[in-house]
Write a protein that binds this ligand. Structure first.
Ligand code: DGT
Ligand code: CA
Ligand code: ZN
Length: 571
């Protein structure tokens, strides 16, 4: 077992202890030990061998014994015992966003409910509101949580699906019998969450069995749902469903357009074809009995007198009209980005050192990298106070001489305090190259109060970027409530860029809102919000979401050359 797996076991133990109502110190001890072990450089196994467990912060005698058992046998009987002692339904409650073990236990004991359905019913009967320690507000929150859980069910983060899909695609493309292959569906359209992976391949009929076999060997599915000539469906590890579709090469382009969707876009496109006396479907484009020759998707759009529409835009939200009248935007591309502005290091809650992050950003081809560790209010993330910020500046100067290929800027991700002030005084902000401000606490303010809070933050003359503006976490936390048109207008007027946070769990601001923000005159900044070196590559998701929101290069401040960016930041 590696340290990460061990940490997971400890975390689960801690949760179950809490669910069982054991003393808080005991459950915290497991949780804290898990966190420490996750961050250890050395393998816990070798520490056990050397008898050094007790030297780990937070590991006492009892815990050392449990850890030894776990490392030596790969199992923890204590955890098994805990699992057996807790009703299944209670564990299910923990999946409700915002519901912790202590409350779950109180609901189970106070109302005798032991499934989510029962709990929902109890809410509708107002029984949660009258339970001691709860009230109408927490009942409302639980109901919202259950609603979200239902909506999130069966969805997967784009990053997780894309990672697997890319591997499968690479494997298929290297198969000698595969002529063409592509990812299709919502992944190709760069949706932030997806239901499944859709892959399309062109293979001669007689070779299909061979390619399906190769696909199955590659995918190692948990379950083969259906195996057919033209469609094979599987369920991969962690439940991710995947459809492989096999077509003749002449059908490839029209099938790709069809299976890329969206359904609404396809329907609208078929309507245009019909008006021109054509028939468009997954098998091709036809005039009467004659097939119109089509090599790639672009040929379909041209045949309909439209400019080719990039997959990200195919949501039937005005793209077809724009493709007919030359109104399609010149969408931003990954290589248009010259710098990144939202990067964390071990100075706060990042996992890599400043030097490692800088070198990675250089490797990724950026001209400048902005370091934006958390500010003092974010104590849980080891936020920096002004003194540590000054010390960090010294390290930046030192590394700048060691890594001359990229310019290092000092920024900060400053907390927006509940009253809308920023978490550093103006004279501290003035020493920075630029400032990102984000909301991390008091997320459930009423809409009007939240709006005032954000407007006040936008009015700070030092502010450059409004970080992850809605604070949502995909499949886990809903956006904060605020009057967006006012926020967009203020950002535009003050020259503050709205972040397109590329962290695949955020992708915030939502692409559906980007066009309204752009229309209000706002500019944007695409950032990885990286807490590790690998995460710098996440900008690809941010670019995907920006494209989905019709964003062009000139809308994005970190496409500017360094000098121009600095002038913008300093206003
Ligand atoms: P998802 O999987 O929910 O994240 O979203 P999609 O768009 O990938 O949906 P999916 O996987 O059910 O189907 C892939 C594409 O296939 C979809 O975008 C359009 C096409 N498609 C599927 N079913 C229909 C249909 O009944 N009518 C039309 N016009 N197209 C369909
Ligand atoms: Ca799909
Ligand atoms: Zn943040």
């Amino acid at each position: 077992m590696n340290n990460k797996e061990i940490a997971k076991v400890l975390e689960e133990t801690s949760i179950l202890l809490e669910l069982r109502g054991e003393n808080r110190f005991k459950s915290n001890a497991y949780r804290n030990a898990g966190r420490v072990i996750e961050g250890l450089e050395e393998d816990l196994g070798s520490l056990v061998e050397q008898g050094k467990l007790r030297e780990i912060r937070g590991v006492g005698e009892a815990l050392a014994e449990q850890l030894t058992t776990l490392v030596q046998t790969g199992a923890l009987p204590y955890l098994e015992e805990l699992r057996a002692s807790i009703p299944d339904g209670l564990l299910e409650f923990l999946r409700i966003p915002g519901l912790g073990p202590r409350k779950a236990k109180a609901l189970h004991e106070g109302l005798g409910v032991s499934s989510i359905a029962e709990l929902e019913y109890a809410c509708h009967e107002d029984r949660v509101a009258s339970l001691k320690g709860f009230g109408p507000r927490s009942q409302e929150k639980i109901l919202t949580g259950i609603g979200n859980l239902k909506r999130y069910a069966g969805r997967h983060l784009l990053s997780e699906a894309l990672h697997v899909a890319d591997e499968l695609l690479k494997g298929l493309l290297s198969h000698p019998k595969v002529a063409r292959a592509s990812i299709a569906g919502s992944i190709r359209r760069s949706r932030e969450t997806v239901k499944d992976i859709d892959i399309l391949v062109s293979v001669a009929r007689q070779d299909r069995d061979e390619v399906i076999d190769a696909f199955l060997a590659l995918a190692q599915p948990e379950e083969i749902v259906a195996r057919g000539e033209t469609k094979t469906s599987v369920r991969l590890e962690r439940g991710l469903p995947t459809d492989l579709r096999l077509v003749e090469d002449v059908e490839f382009a029209s099938a790709l357009a069809y299976f890329t969707g969206s359904k609404e876009h396809n329907t609208a496109l078929r309507g245009i074809a019909r008006k021109k006396g054509l028939l468009l479907n997954e098998y091709g484009l036809f005039r009467g009995d004659d097939a119109i020759p089509i090599q790639g998707e672009d040929d379909i759009y041209r045949a309909l007198d439209l400019l080719p529409i990039p997959p990200e835009l195919r949501e039937d939200s005005g793209e077809i009209e724009a493709a007919g009248n030359g109104g399609l935007p010149d969408l931003i591309e990954r290589d248009d980005l010259r710098g990144v502005l939202h990067v964390h290091t071990t100075w706060s809650d990042g996992r890599a050192t400043l030097e490692e992050m800088v070198r990675e950003a250089e490797k990724a081809g950026f001209e400048y990298v902005g370091i934006s560790d958390h500010s003092q209010a974010a104590f849980y993330a080891r936020g920096l106070d002004p003194e540590r910020l000054r010390q960090q500046k010294e390290e930046i100067d030192e590394i700048a001489t060691k890594v001359p290929g990229i310019t290092i800027l000092q920024g900060s991700e400053v907390d927006i305090l509940p009253d809308g002030r920023l978490d550093f005084p103006d004279e501290v902000l003035a020493t920075l190259d630029y400032v990102v401000a984000s909301i991390h606490s008091s997320l459930d303010m009423p809409e009007d109060q939240m709006t005032e809070r954000v407007l006040r933050a936008l009015q700070n003359p030092h502010l450059t970027v409004l970080g992850h503006p809605s604070a949502r976490l995909l499949l886990a936390r809903e956006p904060i409530r605020m009057v967006l048109p006012r926020v967009f207008r203020e950002a535009a007027e003050r020259g503050v860029a709205i972040e397109i946070n590329a962290n695949p769990r955020r992708l915030d601001l939502d692409w559906r809102l980007l066009r309204a923000a752009r229309k209000a005159g706002a500019r944007f900044s695409i950032n990885p919000d990286a807490h590790s070196t690998e995460a710098i590559g996440d900008v690809r998701y941010g670019v995907g979401i920006a494209r989905k929101g019709w964003i062009a290069k000139e809308d994005v401040i970190n496409t500017k050359p360094l000098k121009e960016f600095l002038a913008l930041a300093k206003r």
